[in-house]
Design a protein around this ligand. Structure first.
Ligand code: G6P
Length: 613
């Protein structure tokens, strides 16, 4: 969703801002804009559409400035347009504002400001902020005080970057509910929604906390709370390099990230496998071992792809540790008045660590006095910081909007957690050893899937067959049911083909009515205790003319009699099947989307980090 970058330093500001916008583009956006101060004059340039439109607009202009703010907008209030794009300005055109989040009381504020004579030019909630600061400046005459007083009036969420023509060496920033960090460089300081936009200039970042604002100059910055008290934060070092934010020779980030999985899976278990004792080491959770192993019930909450890994976590923990687990959509959980006791730990899963609904679910958990544990990718993200403890998945930056490597790394961490809890609650050591040893082999097995694909182009050929269909059904049982959901989600997210995931036995209660020769049905038919039952479902589809594509375990030749196309995955413990069956479905969705000419990394209407409700 919206992205903010702001710079004050010694460099030419436009290239820095444009580079920052490109880094933030992965979050999803529909318009862009920048504001800079040149010769003590504020200049704002905004364009609907891609960053290329803005670059074209900037082309040939000789802008001399070393301070500015910029924004990628994902429309919430007012359609995507040049006017509604940020930065937004006040009546005098001296104050420019970029904003992430939603100002919930903007109507009341706008009415008040209009009654004071302010003239509005857009339909955005953000414009009220610029006018409000202008109004407050009229009262106090001091810009910092005007900025602070305006913040006190805002309800809703914001990450803000503001510049003021009369203070050409400064950026103001604030955070309430939408992420914002400061990159602390040498003779330069940067603000950004996430670290991808600053890593090129510095690896030292400071995360603003809720209700804090900052004033940045070239050589220093100060952070204060809304009561004007100065705040000191630790500097965090970013642990990835600029190379990890490049495509590295791949045509799309999504393909690169799919192929990274053997490595990211290794990174997810590195230092965490205790083969001798048949358990996992998750050091962050150590202080809470008793709480977790004596839980009366565990709730796992998440959104999107992370919700699918949560569902796999439910199956794993219930099977290995025999603790009842409930998986909840975060957006539902937060409003459902959940029943939580001190003995109900809540696990919050989020790649970005910023998803608004998931964050709200986490805060709801805290209100109920329960402990919350994070399974998060982005280090220092809000969810990572607000949970009581947690486990990082260490998947590295995930740029493709459709989550791939983060999903399998989440499942890997959940597998470790389930084994660890299982061992605390009576899972035999021998069983634990067998499972941990098997997990260690998973990255090589995923590699094997990719090697076979590189040699045969099998999945690519299936994509060719599926690309013109309007619908698809993904069916699986047990551990493969959440994978069916995830496979269908991947397809609809990036190729815009309507796809449904179902537990295969449920097919006869509805989806079977859809089956004919135009309906490709993808079955997850790997070796597991329910394999024979899946075969019966395949027969049901075949007898109605449906086209069957099967994901099956290597060595299963019989399935070729039943399925038009087969994608093989290596054999593993059936509970770890999702770690292998996910990758072919990611590749299938990817190839279909490419063949349909879709924007794979930035699918329409979607955002990587959904920071509004
Ligand atoms: C968005 C993304 C999905 C992601 C979901 C949850 O919808 O497009 O890929 O699964 O948010 O995100 P999170 O960062 O909380 O895992």
């Amino acid at each position: 969703m919206c992205g903010i970058v702001g710079y004050v330093g010694y460099r030419d500001v436009c290239p820095v801002l444009v580079d920052g916008l490109k880094r933030l583009a992965y979050r999803g956006y529909d318009s862009t804009g920048i504001a800079i101060i040149e010769d003590e004059k504020l200049l704002t340039i905004k364009r609907k559409g891609k960053i290329a439109e803005l670059i074209e607009e900037l082309d040939g202009r000789e802008i001399k400035s070393t301070v500015g703010i910029a924004h990628t907008r994902w429309a919430t209030h007012g359609e995507p347009s040049d006017t509604n794009a940020h930065p937004q300005t006040d009546c005098t055109g001296k104050i420019a504002v970029v904003h992430n989040g939603i100002i919930e009381n903007y109507r009341a504020l706008r009415k008040f400001l209009e009654s004071k004579g302010h003239k509005f030019t857009t339909k955005t909630d953000t414009e009220v902020i610029a006018h409000l600061i202008e109004e407050m400046l009229g009262v106090s005459g001091d810009f910092e005080e005007a900025f602070r007083s305006a913040l006190l009036e805002l309800e809703g969420t914001y990450g803000l970057g503001v510049i003021f023509e009369n203070q050409p060496d400064r950026i103001y920033a604030a955070r309430h509910g939408s992420p914002l960090l400061i990159g602390a460089g040498e003779n330069e300081n940067i603000i950004a929604s996430d670290a991808t936009a600053v890593v090129r200039y510095t690896d030292r970042v400071i995360y603003l906390d809720e209700g804090e604002y900052a004033i940045l100059e070239k050589n220093n910055f100060v952070i204060k709370n809304l009561q004007r008290k100065k705040i000191k934060h630790d500097i965090v070092t970013i642990d990835y390099s600029i190379q990890e934010l490049e495509k590295g020779g791949f045509p799309h980030f999504m393909l690169k990230e799919i192929y990274e999985q053997p490595q990211t899976l290794r990174d997810a278990f590195r230092g965490r496998l205790n083969i001798d004792e048949g358990t996992a080491r998750l050091n962050g959770l150590k202080p809470y071992h008793d709480l977790l192993s004596n839980a009366d019930r565990i709730v796992i909450t998440a959104c999107g792809t992370s919700w699918h890994s949560a569902l796999i976590g439910e199956y794993l923990i219930e099977e290995l540790a025999r603790i009842p687990v409930e998986t909840e959509y975060a957006s539902e959980f937060r409003y459902r008045s959940p029943i939580l006791t001190e003995k109900t730990p809540v696990i919050v899963i989020s790649q970005s660590g910023e998803t608004a609904d998931t964050l709200a679910a986490l805060r709801e958990t805290k209100i109920h006095g329960a402990k919350a544990f994070g399974i998060v990718n982005v280090v220092g993200s809000t969810i990572a910081r607000e949970t009581d403890a947690g486990v990082y998945i260490h998947a590295g930056p995930e740029i493709g909007v459709a989550s791939t490597k983060a999903f399998t790394s989440q499942v890997m961490v959940l597998s470790l957690l389930a084994i660890m809890l299982g061992r605390m609650r009576g899972l035999p050591a021998e069983k634990g050893k067998k499972l941990i040893s098997e997990l260690a082999t998973i990255p090589d097995k995923v590699e094997k899937i990719f090697e076979r694909e590189k040699a045969t182009h099998n999945i690519e050929k299936i994509a060719e067959q599926m690309k013109s269909h309007q619908n698809a059904l993904y069916l699986g049982r047990s551990y493969n049911f959440p994978v069916a959901l995830e496979g269908a989600l991947k397809l609809k997210e990036i190729s815009y083909i309507h796809a449904e995931g179902y537990p295969s036995a449920e097919m006869k209660h509805g989806p079977i009515a859809l089956i004919d020769e135009n309906m490709p049905v993808l079955f997850l038919a790997t070796d597991d205790p329910l394999y024979q039952k899946i075969i019966s479902n395949i027969e049901e589809v075949r007898s109605r003319g449906g086209k069957v594509i099967a994901i099956a375990t290597e060595g299963n030749d019989d399935i070729k009699q039943l399925a038009e196309y087969v994608i093989y995955v290596p054999k593993t413990e059936y509970i770890f099947t999702p770690l292998l069956s996910a990758a072919p479905l990611q590749l299938l969705a990817y190839y279909i989307a490419v063949l349909r000419g879709c924007d794979v990394d930035q699918p329409r209407n979607l955002a990587k980090s959904v920071t509004v409700e």
